[in-house]
Design a protein around this ligand. Sequence first.
Ligand code: PMP
Length: 451
Amino acid sequence: MKVSEDRVAGSEGVGQLAARWASENPSSEALSARAHRSLPAGVTHDVRRADPFSVAVARAAGSRKWDLDGHEIICYVMGHGALLLGHGNAEVVDAVREQAGRFLHPGAAHELECDWAEAVIGLVPSAERVRFTSSGTEATLLALRVARAATGRPRIVKLAGHFHGWHDQVSFGTDPPFRGPDTAGLPPGLEADVVVSAADIDAVSEVLARRDVAAVILEASGAAWGTVPLPAGFLEALRRETLATETVLIFDEVVSGFRWSPGGVQQVAGVQPDLTALGKILAGGMPGGAVCGRADLMGALALSPGDPHRVAHPGTHNAHPACAAAGVATLRIAASGEAQDQGARLASELRDALSGVLSRRGVAGLAYGESSTFHLLLGQQGAPDSLPLSKLKAGVGPRLSSELHCGMLLGGVHLFHGSGFLSTTHTERDLEQTVEAFAATVPVLQAEGLL
Ligand code: PMP
């Protein structure tokens, strides 16, 4: 409590909403203090860092979770987008429980890995073969390796602002200033083989014309699950250019897969990539990822040791049975498209209502997004497709971010960095409470001079 009282007393950088939220959450604060003694920054994922500290969760069910101090919170983080069916879906939990009772790791073939692969092939239009990994990061890593092996070319093109996990090759140009390395610790020289391009077909085509690019990788939804929409016709044009230059086209559908539609963005757009990286919903809230795509490209994984064209891919937990069980149960429910439609309908309603709050308060900005997602754009005039990457993805300042998130938490709503995912478990009542929390928060932000 001491720290909270200091904050209330006006320590620099802490706004009134953050101070109030901190004072009402002593258990989260105590856990954060404990975590700082064993975990760098007190967290286990960079995006879970929060100011003044992270909310700590005791349990979750459906669209809700309960923090350690007993507050009930509507969750829009939804397992970083993995929980299309909400927290604790009964069929998913039962499938995991049953599988845990059978075996966790047979170190051999098992039926669930076939069930899972067949489900992916049944849903994702471009999927002919599947190789499971343990995460989305591993999926993009493997997809790039397959592409290099197939083409014999060294370079990859990624788009500015697009995120593909944390491995070295994709750790360029994702965060402001959207060029150069995103992290310390990258091997020197790697940048020579990673071209970060604007999402501009002329710019990408110019690079591909040199015919030394193995693959173009991009978030098919636009950067950060649609935070930065792609120009109209971009996917089609990119498909044409990559075919013309024999470059592998990789869609990263780790977020958009099974969410934008049962077959992801590629099904909605009618554009088929050569390879697709999957994760999140694929494994129904358990760890998991996959690369799927053309049988001829994926065939490199089937070559015998000693063959110079063979792509090696071990991985202790690939297609882990408990993850496969959750994935199969989730994809079975997600196959009809109803879950996606229901989430998208609610998200559209929520985006309109949140935008309405901003316009009634005379604040520039709006809530936008596609499918069952939303993104808040605050303090900017104009439609998202007319704004540059730097305005859309740079994020709000730390003080506004902290005040916004704490204000929403005080109203019982957990946003995911000014954005959110809806699930089949969110309700009209959840939306009403979310809009009420936003309507109560925005005037405080205005009064503090943050909006
Ligand atoms: N690609 C995209 C588009 C992602 O959003 C993420 C994770 N947020 C990843 C890849 C990496 O997935 P994971 O966190 O499972 O490694």
